[in-house]
Design a protein around this ligand. Sequence first.
Ligand code: SAH
Ligand code: SF4
Ligand code: F3S
Length: 448
Amino acid sequence: MKKKLYIETYGCQMNVADSEVVASVMAERNFEISDNQEEADVVLVNTCSVRDNAEKRVWGRLRELNALKKSNKELKLGLIGCMAERIGDEMLEDKVVDIVAGPDAYRNLPYLYDKSIEGEDAINVELTIDETYDSIIPKRMNEGISGFVSITRGCNNFCTYCIVPYTRGRERSRDPKDILAEVRDMVKNGYKEVTLLGQNVDSYKWMPEGTTKPVRFHHLLELVAQESPTLRVRFSTPHPKDIKESVVKMIAKYPNICKHIHLPIQAGNDEVLKRMNRRYTVEWYQNRVEMIRKHIPECSITTDVFCGFCGETEEQFQGTLDMMKWVHYDTAFMFKYSERPGTYAAKKLEDDISEEVKGERLTRMIQLQSSLSIESNQSDIGKVVEVLVEKLSKKSSDELCGRSSQNKLVVFPKKDAQIGDYVRVKIERCTQTTLIGEMIEKIDAPSF
Ligand code: SAH
Ligand code: SF4
Ligand code: F3S
C-alpha cells in the first residue's frame, strides 16, 4: 500500500517549486500526496527564514502538528527548506521534528524517512555547488493553470541583511535543456503560464558543452517564449544592478512574455543601499526604470522594500518614500528590517532602529503604496486588458478572475468564458487591489 505524504509550504515561490520536486522524489518511492494531515504517514513542512516572523509562524505550526502524533503514533514530522538549513540540527536534537533536509538534500528524503522509522537521526543539511534537481520532473500540486520552474538556485550576492545565501548556498544555473523539458511537460499538461525563478535571474548563465558562447537570461526567455504562443511567461526576481536592456527588449518582442517587472529596490538612499551591499545607487535604479519605460511604456513595475535597516535616519527613510513616488510602483511587498543571525549586518552593524520607529515607518510606506496602487488601478479604467482566467472569483460563482499581463487581478462576469481561457476585458471600475470589468471577447493567445 502507498504511504501518504502531506506537504505544507511557507516562504517564497522557490519553496513552492521545491515542494513539487519533493513530491516527485517521494512519489518515486511509493508515497502519494494527501491533502489530509490526519491520515498522513509523513508531514513535511517547507520553511522560510527570511524574517523572524516567518520562522515564528512555522514554530506555531510545528506545535500543532506535534499534537497530531498523539493520535497517530507512526507519524513522522519533517522540516525542510531554509529553516531546516539554518536551525534544523537543533530542532532535531530537541525532538521538535523527526526528519531534517536542507534545500540541496531532497533526493535524500526517502532515505531519511527510512532512517527515522528505524529511530535513527535523520538529517542532511549539506549544501552543494551543483545540485539543481535535474532529471526530476516536479509533481505539480496546484490547479494546473500556472506553475513555477527554477532556473537558478542559491545566491552569491550577500546583501548584508539577507539569510538566503546561507540557507540556499552558492548560485548555480540549470541546463536550459532541463528547463525546457519542464516547460514542455507543463504545456503538455495544459498549463497556460510559467514563472521562471531565481534569486537573481539576470545572472543566469549556462555554457553549452563544446561552445564558447554562454546562454544568458534573455536567450533563455526567448527559448521559453517560443515553446508555445499560448504559454504566458513571467519571471522573478531580476536584480537592479544586473537587469539588461537585452532582457527588456525580449519582453517587448514577445506578446506572451508578461509586461511586468518586479524590481526590488529595498531602500531609496545611497548610503543605506551601500550598507545593504546592493551595489547600485538611486540614480542607477532610476536609469533602469527609464530604460524599461522607454521600451515598454505599459510595463508594470513592482518592488520589495523595507524600512528600519541599521542606521536608517528619518531623512534616509524619506528617500525611500520619494523613490516609491518617483517610480510610482503598481504594488509593493513592504517589510520591517528583521536581523538574521549570521549575516554581515547581524555581525557588524547595529540593529539600532526601535521596533516603534520601524512600525511607524512601515505604516507610512503602506499608506503611500495604497494611494499609489489606487492611482495605478484608476488609470486602467477604460482600458482593455488581456487576462488569463485562473479561477472563480471569491465573491461570486458568476464571476471569474485572473491576472492581466501587468499582473493585476481582474474580476469580470463569467458569460461563456472558462478557467484557462485568454479573454479581453474592458475595465470599468477598480478597488485598491482589483480591476473590475466586462469581458469583450475570448482570444486564442496573448497578443500585446
Ligand atoms: N532575491 C530577491 C529577494 C529575496 S528575499 C532580491 O534580491 O530581490 C525577499 C525579500 O525579503 C527581499 O527583497 C527583501 O525585501 C526582504 N528581506 C530579505 N531579508 C530581510 C530582512 N532581514 N529583514 C526584512 N526584510 C528582508
Ligand atoms: Fe538576498 Fe540579496 Fe540574494 Fe536577494 S540578491 S536573495 S536579497 S542576498
Ligand atoms: Fe525564505 Fe528561503 Fe525563500 S529564506 S524567501 S524560503 S529562499
